[in-house]
Structures are given as structure tokens and as C-alpha cells.
Write a protein that binds this ligand. Structure first.
Ligand code: ZN
Length: 113
């Protein structure tokens, strides 16, 4: 499961931030996940529970915010939102596309004290 590895890596970043910010207790971790990242959000919650189990992060709340996917048609030079997973340009119906946003998973914020 790909998401388990992602959460493992994410938790390592959280740990480092906690050390830097001297946070003793993390209450909430907010992630931004792009619609085009290929990440299955339900698996993120499962992955988080698995990697946080038995650590100081067990019991922290994980919140996931989705970032809309935006595509760019190279032929028409326009940007358009991803809709219904249809991967073609609404103008020319072409597939000469690049991803403008929504490809990444990022750690948005950590709340704690
Ligand atoms: Zn086009």
C-alpha cells in the first residue's frame, strides 16, 4: 500500500517540525492532497492510524483537504479544471495536456502545544 509509505514519510516530517517548534503534543495534522496525486484518501487515514500506532502521534487528528486538479492544454494554451476524471481538453478535445496543479500531497499545518 503506497499510502502507508506516504504516511510514514509524512510522520517523519511532522516529528522533525515538532522538534524544531518544541511541540510536545500534536492535536491535529492537516494535509493537502491534490486530486491528481493518485492518493486514495481513505487509505491515508488507515495508513496514518497504522504508522501513528504506539507513537506520540497516536490519537492526533488527521485532516485532509483536497486541492482541485487543474490541467493545461499545450495546444490551446489554456488551463481548465479536472472534471469527472475526463482527461481531455474542453476546447479541442485533445490529450496534449500537462498538470498545472493538484499533483502533490503536502503537509499544510500541525496544531499542537
Ligand atoms: Zn486544447
Amino acid at each position: 500500500m503506497h499510502e502507508l509509505g506516504l504516511m510514514d514519510a509524512m510522520l517523519r516530517v511532522v516529528k522533525r517540525v515538532c522538534e524544531e517548534e518544541r511541540l510536545e503534543r500534536v492535536e491535529r495534522i492537516v494535509l493537502e492532497v491534490g486530486e491528481l496525486s493518485g492518493v486514495e484518501i481513505p487509505y491515508l487515514y488507515d495508513g496514518f492510524r497504522a504508522v501513528a500506532h504506539g507513537t506520540e502521534f497516536e490519537g492526533a487528528e488527521l485532516a485532509v483537504e483536497t486541492v482541485p486538479g487543474v490541467l493545461h492544454c499545450i495546444d490551446c494554451d489554456i488551463d481548465f479544471p479536472l472534471k469527472d476524471q475526463e482527461l481531455f481538453c474542453p476546447e479541442c478535445f485533445g490529450k496534449n495536456l500537462s498538470i498545472k496543479s493538484g499533483r502533490d500531497m503536502t503537509l499544510k499545518s500541525i496544531e499542537g502545544n
